[in-house]
Design a protein around this ligand. Structure first.
Ligand code: PMP
Length: 411
């Protein structure tokens, strides 16, 4: 029995109550982006109707108000990830920008020729390409943790890769393509034993997993607001104070300075040092309401509900294969420890065609390489069909998906 009332939760999401191609919408593309509750949508509207003003420098009431609300979100993020202080939480536009920020500032300052960065086969392109770029610039070397057939990391190989040359381990916490939850505690402890810094890509962890950066002792964590029931264009870079203070600024401009003259500029304190220019004020303010939404349900309830949906889906697929008498549907990513993301392929059907056939029944899934081309190459496939579940999805929706898959196989 689920401890939550899904129908009540669904009533908070206006977008879910519509027909697509004459069928009730079944939204199972949550790993790409989650839908937004009314509180987030309303907060955005209210901000522009009532509170809009540029932040931090104003002497007037609206500027004061919007500054307060913007900084309140920072405090909410701090509490959400259990950071020691709000200043360790930098606003960016998403995980991609957060990772690029670290690569371009920490990487540019601290990497030297011959240094090594370890990533994994499970990485999203946004946790591969920024490191390739900085490695090329600095003459550093990118090493990759291999993956096993079930979608878990080859941890023995990881321990072998670590050496005195390792300067950074950048690893996804939960895979967007396969759902695998990586053993981040073990990764962090091993990397620290080699004096390497650890960055976790938390894009998929944000809405699905309990986060305590101090307990984890992670150096950098990145989050995307839009995968956490919040608006697009808001992201977070968490970093330990000492690291952030040692890093040069990312972009130059207003707000990130203390004093500017043509001869010399001194930089502001963190977090402002990394927030040049007018930020995405309205969306950051609305993001606080997304965090409140998640808190109001509780991560433990979210995890239990989503695991239940994942279990019903995978056991439904096994039953279908049994009924067909052969594996017509192949699952990719069968780790024991997973977030509610399931990739699959139907024999003889291109994933894109399957996506279109599901869409014709109102079912939204993602097809393709999921920005993880090296991982797809490992499985020797072009891409998969991916169903990804959120707190507002129901067992009925899982059954609708299973029924549609059955019809596609029989076609
Ligand atoms: N990493 C992972 C694991 C992701 O799932 C995504 C989004 N698909 C990203 C990074 C990039 O996030 P964003 O596009 O929000 O910057």
């Amino acid at each position: 029995m689920s401890a939550i009332n899904v129908q009540n939760i669904r009533s908070l999401f206006p977008i879910l109550h519509q027909e697509v191609n004459k069928h009730p919408l079944v939204y199972l593309d949550n790993a790409a982006t989650t839908q937004k509750p009314l509180a987030v949508i309303d907060a955005l509207q209210t901000y522009y109707k009532v509170d809009n003003a540029n932040i931090h420098r104003g002497a007037h009431t609206l500027a004061d108000r919007s500054t307060g609300m913007f900084e309140d979100t920072r405090k909410a993020v701090q509490q959400f990830i259990h950071a020691a202080e709000p200043e360790e939480c930098i606003f960016t536009k998403g995980v991609t920008e957060s990772i690029n920020l670290v690569a371009q500032t920490w990487g540019r300052k601290f990497l030297q020729a011959g240094d090594e960065i370890i990533i994994s086969y499970l990485e999203h392109h946004s946790n591969i390409v920024p490191w390739q770029m900085i490695c090329e610039e600095k003459g550093a070397i990118l090493k990759v943790i291999p993956v096993l057939a079930n979608g878990t990391l080859d941890m023995a190989a990881f321990h072998q890769l670590l050496s005195v040359r390792t300067k950074l381990v950048a690893c996804v916490w939960a895979s967007n393509a396969l759902g695998t939850i990586n053993p981040v505690e073990e990764i962090i402890a091993a990397a620290h034993a080699h004096h390497a810094v650890v960055l976790l890509d938390g894009a998929q962890a944000g809405s699905h997993l309990e986060i305590d950066v101090q307990e984890l002792d992670v150096d950098f964590l990145t989050l995307s607001g839009h995968k956490l029931y919040g608006p697009t264009g808001v992201g977070v870079l968490y970093g330990k104070r000492a690291l952030l203070e040692a890093m040069p600024p990312y972009q130059g401009g207003g707000e990130m300075i203390k004093e500017v003259s043509f001869e010399k500029t001194t930089y502001n304190e963190i977090p402002f040092k990394f927030e040049a220019g007018t930020p995405n004020i309205g969306d950051v303010i609305a993001f606080k309401h997304a965090l409140s939404f998640v808190n109001s349900i509780g991560k433990a309830n979210i995890i239990a509900h989503e695991n239940m949906l994942l279990q019903s889906f995978t056991s439904g697929i096994h039953q279908l294969n049994q009924a067909f008498g052969s594996d017509q549907i192949e699952l990719y990513g069968t780790a024991a420890d997973k977030v509610a993301v399931q990739s699959f392929l139907i024999k003889g059907k291109h994933p894109f065609d399957v996506g279109l056939m599901l869409d014709a029944r109102g079912i939204a899934v993602r097809t393709g390489h999921h920005c993880t081309q090296p991982l797809m190459r490992f499985f020797d496939i072009e891409g998969t069909v991916r169903a990804s579940f959120a707190i507002y999805n129901t067992v009925e929706e899982v059954n609708i998906l299973l029924e549609a898959i059955k019809k596609i196989v029989n076609k």
